[in-house]
Design a protein around this ligand. Structure first.
Ligand SMILES: *[C@@H]1O[C@H](CO)[C@@H](O)[C@H](O)[C@H]1NC(C)=O
Length: 247
């Protein structure tokens, strides 16, 4: 029985085969934007995955009789398992530097009035969508002055596609004519950017909504017409064929 003391000997086993076969090993450091990490060592022979180390399982697994034996031996060696753990750590330490190479993505920001109560007590929301990286600062401004009273924040939420979103709320008694802005600081912006609340902004969104539903109704009517036309012409075709056959 082969006793494999290190990866080198494992590589040796694969590549020094006397058959003219093709073996290779891949080491993978897989991670997601939420820092979930899998460290993999995969051993292929003639493109078939023979066995692998998967950090989630924390051990070697073989997929053939021989590979199972080798995996069992590897799992008995504390040194080899410790080495795999060390490699996993190395992989984890490289996540941040790698992520820093990724270009920032600017948030798309929307400022809305979410609740209108009596006595002018209002709630505004400022939402930043689709930005990267995660670090972001939202600040509320009343006529250019920073506000902290009545301000709440959501966590920075992952949208699951490496992008993030955040929501901030401002609750206050507003004075008519006062300019409300949400200031955004983010790696994608050279300087802080102000997004003003526009009372007309709401109307604009309503117009877009009405326009879009109008378009959809038009599309449905068009498709219905198209289907009816197609059905009719195929029926005509059948009538024509039966006439020819009776002749
Ligand atoms: C690693 O193991 C985990 C847990 O069993 C599994 O979900 C994942 O798919 C494995 N990865 C690969 C590439 O086999």
């Amino acid at each position: 029985m082969l006793v494999l003391k290190s990866f080198l000997s494992l590589f040796f086993l694969f590549f020094s085969s006397s058959y003219a076969l093709y073996g290779y090993a891949v080491v993978r450091c897989q991670f997601t934007s939420t820092r979930d990490l899998v460290y993999l060592e995969q051993f292929y022979f003639n493109k078939v995955l023979l066995g692998q180390y998967n950090s989630t399982l924390g051990k070697y697994v073989g997929y053939s009789k021989k590979a199972k034996e080798i995996a069992d031996d590897l799992n008995k060696s504390l040194r080899i398992l410790a080495q795999a753990k060390k490699n996993e750590e190395k992989c984890r330490n490289n996540i941040e530097p790698l992520l820093n190479l990724t270009n920032p993505v600017e948030p798309s920001v929307r400022v809305r009035q979410v609740e209108i109560r009596d006595s002018n007590q209002n709630t505004f929301s400022c939402s930043g969508y689709g930005f990267y990286p995660k670090q972001i600062n939202l600040t509320w401004l009343r006529d250019g002055r920073k506000v902290t009273d009545g301000v709440t924040y959501s966590d920075v939420l992952s949208s699951g596609n490496w992008l993030y979103q955040i929501h901030s709320y401002l609750e206050f008694t507003n004075i008519p004519g006062e300019k409300i802005a949400c200031q955004v600081e983010h790696a994608s912006l050279k300087e802080p950017k102000n997004y003003y609340w526009e009372p007309m902004g709401e109307a604009k969104w309503n117009k877009i909504a009405v326009g879009t539903s109008g378009l959809l109704v038009g599309l449905v009517v068009f498709l219905a017409g198209l289907i009816m036309t197609l059905c009719r012409s195929s029926t005509n075709g059948r009538v024509l064929v039966s006439t020819v056959s009776t002749d």
